[in-house]
Ligand binder design. Sequence first.
Ligand SMILES: Cc1cc2nc3c(=O)[nH]c(=O)nc-3n(C[C@H](O)[C@H](O)[C@H](O)COP(=O)(O)O)c2cc1C
Length: 281
Amino acid sequence: MNLYDLIMKRRSTRNFKDQEIPEHIIERLVDAANNAPSGGNIQPPSVILVQESDARKELAKMVGDQPWVRNAPLSMIFCIDFFRIKRWASIFDTDFKGEKAFLPFLIAYADLMCAAQNVVILAQGHGLGSVYIGTILDVIDKARQYFAIPKYVLPMMVLSIGYPKSVPKNVPKLNRKVIAHRERYKKLSDDEIKKAFEDKYGNFEDNVENYLHRTYVEAVEAEKQQKPEWADIESIKKEMKKLNIRNNAQFLFKLRYPSDEMIKLNESLIRAFKNAGFDFF
Ligand SMILES: Cc1cc2nc3c(=O)[nH]c(=O)nc-3n(C[C@H](O)[C@H](O)[C@H](O)COP(=O)(O)O)c2cc1C
């Protein structure tokens, strides 16, 4: 398969076979992470490989009871590792103060995602599926404690990987023309924005079940697997009714990621950063 097709066919995979990934492939996945671009080639990412059953269970629970994290034979925890860089600088009689400066942090996060996405693509090339787990950001303290992550190291992203049992067929995306601006940014009108998202999601249907199947793959997949509480489709439907959700924007920003709740999370996130020695706010 050519690279374009490989990238276009990739879908986040949440249903894994109970099949180990051979060690030589895991090593190649780590090579792919390690060979990613890195600002100044300083290479802040560290990757914790989670394969043991107990650790998989614990990680799955920690990130919000996501069954695929338990079922995946491998999860990689991508960390911004300023511990290694600070020690190196200190050994050679200089200072690295990235934990106090926002710019090195942003660059390190970009490095980390370059590394992670290299893994996603290589994994796909080996017939593996993967899914990012961003909710590790809600539990930085817990993750640092369980995985013995020292000060100046922040777990920022999980990638769960395994051989797919099934892969979602269609995941709606914006039209290419919506995201590309030729030469200068072109502001869309309200009508154009409305159409862009209608084209992406289709009409909000009265048949909520159909709607959820198209737009909330995580809940549908989770309900098929270990049925965690958050994936109870009946409760989601009730909540949608209660909040009078009439379209996808409301579904996302009133129910799944309520905007005011997101702001409230600032506090705990900043605290977790500070606990890890990161203090640029
Ligand atoms: C930053 C980030 C965080 C994500 N976190 C989660 C997560 O916690 N759980 C999950 O099941 N999927 C997660 N995903 C996967 C998205 O749900 C998925 O990429 C999206 O639905 C689009 O589907 P696709 O990857 O097949 O294109 C995350 C993806 C990204 C990029």
